[in-house]
Design a protein around this ligand. Structure first.
Ligand code: PLP
Length: 480
């Protein structure tokens, strides 16, 4: 770099005001009261340093600098407000996918959240036996309710279903073989892969049968002195169609017990009882599995169960006791928040209210007419402008690795614009406050109100209205 260029840059830098100058401003005093002196000073320093860097790299002309300096107060305020926002925020889920993993799977019911407040915000009897006045076990907080609900001998809870399976395999089958049907070697959400879970638990996977057909006799033939567990896994997120066969559960249980082996069933979704809803026809219910003699059932807490993220293990008392004594249990145990939420969720089942109180269940139950009425109301409010809003029949999905392809009939809002691509509409809605999540099919943006809480229809309508009115400007701005 020549001396002639270097000199002006250094002069420009020298002429910038010091951070101290901004700190005397009355507006800064307000910011300090709100965000703390440290945060405010740090943010001024950051923005000034960014400005200096731009000048050093020659990306900012001498004539543009005064304006940037004038705007620094506003930039600092904006950044402070941005940073004060919680990282985890509500989104409006208009995808129609009920258990959208990326959006937090099952939303908790409001009464469940209310029930958590006291034991979580105050001290609790988490591990204190109030009757005997001595140390108690945290595990009892949901075990009683699960036993009464399901009639099982014992129950325990860990962080999620993946942890439950690792723990079960590590306890019952470490350094030994676990038999699994080839048709059930699942991967869920990219990170839950059965062979890897098996390895993490220290067990050896022994595949049985073929991808589409596995019979009880195949299992019986595969059993030898190294076999520790027979594992059944519900293939939640896919379905093998055509010429298929898997052993009837009761038959497999009977064979396992004849060989004195425990049968473990990972059912995934946590459906407690069979339900007549057409979308749940192929979901194994935990109560059914237990009735058919399965020794241990494990499942997620935040799928169809409709509670917090958790992994439930229910079944035989001696096996659950063994699991509790595994040192890994200590590494996978759940927090008081999970016990409180899970207990309050299960209470809804005990009271026969889960279909109306738990959001996932009430969303499943919404009637055709109800969805149609809401969709029409939103359409009426936001038609016109740049947006073409049409109503058409379509499907909602359970998602979250539950019931593959089982669509639930619904009414969709299909958006198209004369000026915006489907990608731009989707992006503009995603950048709305609060963000609105949609799906794109065949170059159209689809919105399904089944997964939108009724009090969010208003947010949706005003988001769409904004897009219809100023769609071009907004989407253009947000993508820059
Ligand atoms: C979803 C699912 C899991 C993983 O559950 P997490 O609670 O997310 O760990 C495991 N097995 C099956 C069959 C599932 O459907």
């Amino acid at each position: 770099m020549s001396g002639m260029e270097k000199e002006p840059v250094e002069r420009l830098l020298r002429n910038l005001p010091a951070v101290g100058k901004f700190l005397e401003d009355a507006q800064t005093t307000e910011l300090i009261q709100r965000f703390s002196r440290r945060e405010v000073v740090q943010t001024f320093q950051e923005l000034m340093e960014e400005l200096r860097e731009e000048i050093r790299q020659g990306r900012l002309g001498a004539d543009e600098i005064p304006k940037r300096v004038r705007n620094i107060m506003q930039a600092v305020r904006h950044r402070l407000h941005e940073r004060a926002r919680p990282s985890l925020r509500r989104v409006v889920n208009a995808t129609g996918i009920l258990l959208l993993t990326n959006a937090g799977r099952a939303p908790l019911a409001e009464p469940v959240f209310e029930a958590m407040r006291e034991p979580v915000c105050r001290y609790s009897n988490l591990e204190y036996d109030l009757t005997l006045g001595r140390r108690g076990h945290r595990d009892i907080h949901v075990e009683g309710r699960l036993r009464r609900l399901l009639g099982c001998e014992a129950a325990t809870v860990v962080n999620n279903a993946a942890a439950a399976l690792v723990l079960i395999l590590n306890t019952l089958a470490r350094n030994r073989d676990v038999l699994v049907s080839r048709g059930e070697l699942i991967e869920i959400g990219g990170s839950f892969r059965l062979p890897e879970i098996m390895q993490a638990g220290g067990a050896f996977l022994k595949e049985v049968g073929t991808t589409n057909r596995t019979r009880t006799a195949d299992f019986a033939d595969a059993v030898d002195e190294n076999t520790a567990v027979i594992l059944r896994v519900h293939p939640s997120n896919y379905r093998i169609v055509g010429f298929t066969e898997s052993p009837p559960l009761a038959e497999l249980v009977e064979m396992a017990h004849r060989r004195r082996l425990p049968l473990v069933y990972d059912v995934g979704s946590g459906l407690l009882f069979p339900d007549a809803h057409s979308a749940l026809r192929e979901e194994p219910a935990i109560s059914d599995c237990l009735a058919q003699g399965v020794d241990l059932v494990c499942s997620s807490g935040d799928k169809l169960l409709g509670g917090p993220q958790a992994g439930l293990i229910v079944g035989r008392h001696d096996l659950v006791e063994k699991i509790r004594r595994n040192p890994l249990m200590r590494a996978m145990r759940v927090d008081k928040m999970v016990y409180a939420a899970l207990d309050a969720t299960l209470l809804q089942y005990a009271a026969g209210r889960h279909r109306s109180v738990l959001p996932v269940w009430s969303m499943l139950q919404i009637s055709d007419e109800e969805i149609r009425r809401r969709v029409e109301a939103v359409q009426q409010r936001c038609s016109g402008g740049n947006l073409i809003v049409e109503i058409e029949p379509g499907y909602s999905y359970l998602g979250g690795g539950s019931a593959p392809g089982e669509g639930i009939p619904t009414w969709l809002l299909a958006l198209q614009s004369t000026r915006l691509s489907a990608r731009s509409i989707e992006e503009a809605l995603r950048r709305h406050t609060p963000p609105i999540l949609t799906r794109i099919e065949k170059e159209r943006v689809l919105l399904d109100l089944r997964t939108v809480f009724p009090d969010e229809d208003e947010i949706l309508a005003s988001g769409l209205l904004g897009l219809a009115k100023s769609g071009f400007a907004e989407a253009h701005e947000s993508s820059s």
